[in-house]
Design a protein. Structure first.
Length: 343
């Protein structure tokens, strides 16, 4: 397992972490993701640790806290061997203060997560989304106080737009508050919007990227192919709900190239798609998911080898899309405004 430094921090993390949105399976939405319970979760954690993956990602909203509860049980007796990331901001109740990034909500949300995880600290705590109603200063001051109290180690932002992340970083610098060291966002061969603004920002500001849904809601597993229906997997079970639409022909073209490379390298389509992400600038970690041990073992095979330069170029080319304004316009001035990667 390779380890990379997480942004402008001293923390080193494995290049793969396990997303535990499949733990719990409470409610119609999260049941589509998976319904792993404690016994199977313990075995999955065992496999992760055997392969050097000691980083586990969860959120309070996953299965209404059920994911954190299952993960906490699965990590009993080995908390000191692992890193835990969790998140807050999204609704956890019906009350007006049961959501958002106010001091009121964050302090209570963090305490609740600590109880469910059965731990005294969370290593990396994300704001799951941007709260435009709460002053950025209030959010960051509350997080800084939680850091000082030893309840969280580092902080990160997830699903922020570029200006929201940059404003937050500026406020942290102005007032000497805890700084977002990581950005967790969607990025895949079928979703490269991250490269337009967030990737250059991450490189400029020293923010390490953690990638969620690296297989594009299960579309890059090899189960969806040209000329055949997807009769198994996350997409077949309705798991694309909440995700962006994807042009079928574009997807098929990308999968065709993934398949050619996979066959030539003796790898799976998913392993090639994950390995491509590990070649991208700013990426420190890719959050993989697994409904069972078989899927986990396959995804762990994405590390320990590297795509060749020409293979990366082929995948870049087939997945390229025209960016929105002003990014397509800025491409005409690349001599003075170089991009970290082609898009």
């Amino acid at each position: 397992m390779e380890y990379r430094q997480l942004g402008r921090s001293g923390l080193k993390v494995p290049v793969l972490s396990l997303g535990t949105g499949t733990f719990g399976g409470a409610g119609e939405f999260f049941e589509r993701w998976g319904s792993t319970q404690v016994a199977e979760a313990r075995r999955i954690v065992d496999l992760c640790l055997e392969h050097g993956l000691n980083f586990f990602d969860t959120a309070d909203i996953y299965s209404a806290g059920g994911s954190e509860e299952v993960l906490g049980e699965a990590l009993k007796g080995r908390r000191d061997k692992v890193l835990i990331a969790s998140k807050a901001t999204f609704p956890m109740g019906d009350g007006p203060n049961d959501k958002g990034s106010s001091r009121y909500h964050l302090v209570r949300a963090c305490e609740a997560s600590l109880r469910r995880l059965q731990t005294d600290h969370i290593d990396l705590y994300f704001m799951h989304g941007f709260d435009a109603l709460t002053p950025v200063e209030e959010t960051l001051r509350a997080l800084d106080d939680l850091i000082t109290a030893g309840k969280i180690g580092y902080i990160g932002a997830s699903n922020f737009s570029g200006w929201q992340l940059m404003k937050s970083l500026a406020v942290s610098e102005k007032y000497g508050l805890g700084r977002y060291v990581s950005y967790q966002g969607y990025y895949s061969l079928i979703g490269r919007d991250y490269e337009w603004e967030l990737m250059p920002l991450a490189l400029d500001q020293g923010v390490g990227t953690m990638v969620w849904s690296p297989l594009g809601w299960g579309r890059l597993t090899g189960k969806i192919r040209r000329g055949q229906a997807a009769d198994s997997g996350r997409i077949a079970s309705g798991g694309a709900v909440g995700g962006p639409p994807v042009d079928d022909e574009k997807l098929y073209d990308i999968v065709d190239v993934l398949d050619e490379i996979a066959q030539a390298r003796g790898k799976s389509i998913a392993q090639v798609a994950l390995n491509w992400l590990l070649t991208r600038p700013s990426v420190a970690n890719v959050v993989i998911g697994a409904r069972n041990e078989e899927q986990l073992t396959q995804n762990l095979g994405a590390v320990g080898w590297s795509l060749a330069t020409d293979e990366v170029a082929r995948l870049d080319a087939v997945s390229q899309t025209t960016p929105v304004y002003p990014y397509w316009h800025q491409k005409g001035f690349d001599e003075r405004n170089p991009k970290p990667t082609t898009w």
